[in-house]
Design a protein around this ligand. Sequence first.
Ligand SMILES: Nc1ncnc2c1ncn2[C@@H]1O[C@H](COP(=O)(O)OP(=O)(O)OP(=O)(O)O)[C@@H](O)[C@H]1O
Length: 241
Amino acid sequence: MIEIEKLYKKYKNADVFALEDFNLTIKSNEIHGVLGPNGAGKTTLMSILSGLILPTSGKVSIQGKELQKDLNKIKSLIGIVPQEYALYPTLTARENLLFFGKIYKVPSNILNDKINLLAERIGMNKFLDKKIESFSGGMKRRINLLAGILHQPEILFLDEPTVGVDIQSKLILLEYLKELNQQGMTIVYTSHHMAEAEDFCTRITIMNLGKAIITEEPKKLIQEHNAHNLEEVFVSLTKLS
Ligand SMILES: Nc1ncnc2c1ncn2[C@@H]1O[C@H](COP(=O)(O)OP(=O)(O)OP(=O)(O)O)[C@@H](O)[C@H]1O
């Protein structure tokens, strides 16, 4: 479970808060979508939850551990798949994954087998010994995902994992993420694709201007707003006033 209370973030030299009185509880085993227009604060939130940047104030606890106090313990419980590729282009996919496996302290006697197994699951086993620079966007995203889950985290943070991805890679990614969720992984993801989020997420939070506007199951939200789909609800709740 992730508990976020009264979270504020103001970047140096910024005039406004990127996050302002942000409160949210993400339950275990959810696929939780964090949705919002450009600049809403999604990446800022994900970066704080992943321990990459510090909040200005507020409290975050992950699996009962306070983020600022127990960051090292929390880091072994979480996986991070950032918006930008975290991969070294001149190394092969396998070399990249070996590197991430070592950082996350995956035992070296099982690391290579694990890489083979996971790569096979997402259709990348034939490409493991090819350099990242030769990969399409979808292939990079698939390897990027494996880099974030090699250590079997309890919670996975994904920032726009399907951007620049062809439909085949997208389906493979989403199907595999659902499978990981069924095996017990909590998934927190950001996206601008409302149709994708509607189908993929068990609950979503719509945020705007640094604040959480609403948290609900997509179907309930659509019903409650008498809308046809999530996009309609999203547009009406984030309208510029
Ligand atoms: N490093 C930074 N320094 C100063 N301001 C920043 C920085 N990063 C983000 N911001 C500001 O914080 C606010 C929230 O940005 P953030 O990137 O978290 O939004 P987002 O919802 O992820 O947007 P997008 O959908 O475009 O990725 C914006 O006003 C942005 O300009």
